[in-house]
Design a protein around this ligand. Structure first.
Ligand code: NAD
Length: 235
């Protein structure tokens, strides 16, 4: 099959989900081995749980931070970074909170659901980096609990980040979904926005998803393998 040449598109959005990091050993959300089949999100990943028992919620997030820290960016992350460095028309939007795109060398990443590597103080409305695996303190200098700067169940996606992502999707002429099941909203609106604005949509996934029908080209396989084929046939 002839793959479209990335270099013939003016604005390309790469939109990644948990499947992008699956080859790094980070568990996906759904399915066997998915993190929420083991932990009930109501107890560990929502504001109510945090208000009830911040230490318990932090223990879980410290575990996730340690797990992700041990994972390495995979060949797919590296290819995305290489593609971004070579083609300035590529924008990267991720639903992942693992920071693996940045560790692979992507320096411009729109993180829709925040990052495990940032914390925020709700009291002071302040966000800070928390790159050390061992957090020096789980409390802010003002005395309030810090919380992970990620979108928990029931939280809204940061409005400015969502606006930026929507604008990028509306302006692109190629939209590539990688390793996302396409069922988590509002993120799942982005391919719809791109489609409504006339973009060509490619889906890279090991299996069909609820969003497959939106895409003009469905490429089945592991993210790193399919990306390598696309990149090898570019320009
Ligand atoms: P999801 O788990 O709902 O879907 C993952 C998709 O990836 C599936 O469609 C699966 O078929 C596909 N997939 C699995 N391995 C793949 C591979 N090697 N190559 C290509 N595709 C592969 O994930 P989602 O759509 O991102 O939604 C879940 C939400 O949970 C996200 O919004 C994210 O914030 C969060 N989450 C993040 C991480 C992370 O940061 N790595 C991990 C789990 C969940």
């Amino acid at each position: 099959m002839k793959l479209p040449d990335l270099c013939s598109f003016e604005n390309i959005v790469i939109f990644t989900g948990a499947g992008m990091s699956a080859e790094s050993g980070v568990p996906t959300y759904r399915g066997a081995g998915g993190i929420w089949s083991e932990y009930r999100y109501q107890e560990y990943a929502c504001q109510q749980a945090f208000d009830l028992d911040p230490e318990k919620v932090w223990k879980f997030h410290e575990l996730r931070r340690r797990m992700v820290h041990q994972c390495q960016p995979n060949a797919g992350h590296v290819l995305v970074a290489e593609m971004q460095a070579s083609l300035e028309q590529i924008s990267l939007i991720t639903q992942n909170i693992d920071g693996l795109h940045q560790r692979a060398g992507s320096d411009s990443v729109t993180e829709l659901h925040g990052s495990l590597w940032r914390v925020r103080c709700e009291q002071e409305k302040k966000v800070s980096d928390a790159l050390d695996v061992n957090m020096p303190s789980l409390k802010c200098e003002c005395g309030a609990w810090l919380r992970p700067d990620i979108t928990w169940f029931g939280d809204s996606v940061d409005i400015f980040t969502m606006e930026l992502a929507t604008t990028l999707a509306a302006q692109c002429d190629m939209f590539i979904s990688i390793g996302t099941s396409g069922v988590v909203f509002p993120a799942a609106n982005l391919p719809i926005v791109a489609k409504n604005h006339g973009a060509f949509l490619i889906e890279i996934n090991t299996e069909a998803t609820e969003a497959s029908h939106l895409h003009d080209l469905e490429l089945r396989g592991k993210a790193s393998d399919v990306l390598a084929k696309i990149w090898n046939s570019a320009c």
